[in-house]
Every structure is written in C-alpha cells, then in structure tokens.
Design a protein around this ligand. Sequence first.
Ligand SMILES: Nc1nc2c(ncn2[C@@H]2O[C@H](COP(=O)(O)OP(=O)(O)OP(=O)(O)O)[C@@H](O)[C@H]2O)c(=O)[nH]1
Ligand SMILES: [K+]
Ligand SMILES: [Mg+2]
Length: 343
Amino acid sequence: MGILEKISEIEKEIARTQKNKATEYHLGLLKAKLAKYRAQLLEPSKSASSKGEGFDVMKSGDARVALIGFPSVGKSTFLSLMTSTASEAASYEFTTLTCIPGVIEYKGANIQLLDLPGIIEGAAQGKGRGRQVIAVARTADVVIMMLDATKGEVQRSLLEKELESVGIRLNKHKPNIYFKPKKGGGISFNSTVTLTQCSEKLVQLILHEYKIFNAEVLFREDCSPDEFIDVIVGNRVYMPCLYVYNKIDQISMEEVDRLARKPNSVVISCGMKLNLDYLLELLWEYLALTCIYTKKRGQRPDFTDAIILRKGASVEHVCHRIHRSLASQFKAPAPSTARSAWA
Ligand SMILES: Nc1nc2c(ncn2[C@@H]2O[C@H](COP(=O)(O)OP(=O)(O)OP(=O)(O)O)[C@@H](O)[C@H]2O)c(=O)[nH]1
Ligand SMILES: [K+]
Ligand SMILES: [Mg+2]
C-alpha cells in the first residue's frame, strides 16, 4: 500500500470512529500515525525535476506576504492593483504559473507581495503546482487567503485542510508544552493546568508511536492530542492568515455583511476597488512590524523615515540597522531588559 492510500485509510477510520471516552486512545493513536505518514509524504523528493521554475524569489523588503487561493479568485488582479508590478489576469483558470513578486509601500515599509498560481484540492500531495506554492507560503510572514465571495466557504475549508496537512497552522500559537527527549529515565509527565483533552496514558501511547520512550513532558496549557503531536513532530509553522473575500460586487449586501463579521476576514472587490484601504490597515496589523524613528540631539524625529523591524526586535537590531559596527562600540552590551522595550 502506498503512503497516500495509508493516509486515506486512516482518515476514513478517523471519520467513522465515534468520538467518546472509550475511543479517545484509539483516535489519538490514529492521529499520531496520520501525522507520521504525512511527514513522510513531505520529505523532499530526490528528483530535481519536481522543483518549479520561477519559484525561488529572493526575499526583499521588510516583510513577505503570500497570496494563496483557488484559480481565478483575483490574486493577480490584486497584485496589479496594490503594487507597481503587473501580473497577467484573465477569466480562465491557471493564468499565473509562477511566483510573481511586487512591492506594497505602506507607512514607510516595503512589503513584498507574492502572486502565486492558484491551488486546488490535493495541492499538498502535488496536484498542480501545489507543493511549490505551499513551500513559498511557508516562507511568508502573513498569508492572504484570497477567496471568491460567491463560493468562499467551501474554498476556505478546502484550503485550510491543505495547509493544515503540511504542518501550516493558521492563526494559532505554538502549543505551550515543554517537551524534551531524554537518554533514559522513562517518560516524566506533568501539567500545570487541568487537562481535559489529554491524559498521561494517551501521551505515552502517542510517544510510543513515535518510538520515544524517554522524555520530559510538561503541559502548561490544556492542549489537544493534535497539538501535542505538533510539538513532537516539531517543524510546524504558525502563521497569521487574513481571509480576503474578493468579488463582493457579485453577492448581496446581507451576504457581504455576514462575511465581513467573520474572524480574521475582510471583504473586498478588486473590480470596484472596494475596501482595499481597510485591507491594508489590517494587513499592517497582522504583520506587527515596529517602526523606530531616530532623532539627532536637540532635533525633532523624522517621522517620514523609519527603521522597520520585526516584532520582538532588540536594541541591538536597531543598532545594526543604523551601522554594522555601532553595537560593538558600546561600552556594555544592551541590557536584556531593553530587549522587551518594544516587543
Ligand atoms: N466581478 C469581479 N471580478 C473580478 C474581481 N477581481 C478580479 N476579477 C476577475 O476575475 C478573473 C480572474 O482574475 P485573476 O486576477 O486572473 O485571478 P487569479 O486568482 O490570479 O487566477 P489564476 O492566476 O488563474 O489562479 C478576471 O477575469 C478578473 O477580471 C472582482 O472584484 N469582481
Ligand atoms: K485567472
Ligand atoms: Mg493569477
């Protein structure tokens, strides 16, 4: 049996297994198995020919945003509207075949926006250019999931499933679980909160599935078995995602209102240039960039020229941006308390 078949067998079994106290261990084990097979599926294939051409776009600017969506939802139209780059847009599917970068200039920052080919169901398993597109998405700071407002719901859940299956976690934080494999001593299990979804026995079962017999595990949060598996597997990407419903010129006012109220969602129309300013404002929030203004002694700061840094940047980072040798000229290293000054 191939990996794909094994995956689909397990998925079917999970679907037909009723969720209750009696099946919780069985389900936990199935999920651990599923995660293992998916990881195997994602191991880089040996043949170089499977690499997409034109996908290795250099990172540039202060942040990177990737446009993910089904074909013909308006990704290229959006790129052409927001940046000075023109990306071909047309009414047929798969107009865009490579990664096309543009730059959004906003509040003094250069935000790299990547237009990508449309992806479809099965993308994670290599359908279309799915794998390459998803590989680019992993490198982004924020993903814009562009959806056709007339079929947004279906598209959204399909794409979420695709990204989920390759270890991309949207709008979630890293589970607060301390996990450390050891050389010996068995499994030590502790928690600082009451657990309602995992137990010591289930944790052990899952660890054994990964052939881990010695480890320290500390739950600092009431996490699910899936979240625990994420911690064991490790290479997960926790990514902010904005759901952008485009083409609202095609739906009723009531429907626009309903979509706009969903969490992490914005409604726009590229065709009628509706609500694009608000989308930018929100994108800026999601990027969580920090602007630092410098000033000369006795003068007012120049608010037109900012040093743009990532969230959590330190004083040392700022020094580096001003001049490479600045930090090393200080008598003492920046105190660690200063690190959190604008985190
Ligand atoms: N009605 C309407 N049509 C739009 C809107 N935005 C884009 N379109 C149209 O949708 C079609 C597809 O647009 P594209 O920008 O090529 O879509 P895409 O997502 O880049 O498509 P692929 O590259 O094929 O994946 C074009 O005919 C656009 O003119 C909108 O807001 N309203
Ligand atoms: K298109
Ligand atoms: Mg396109």
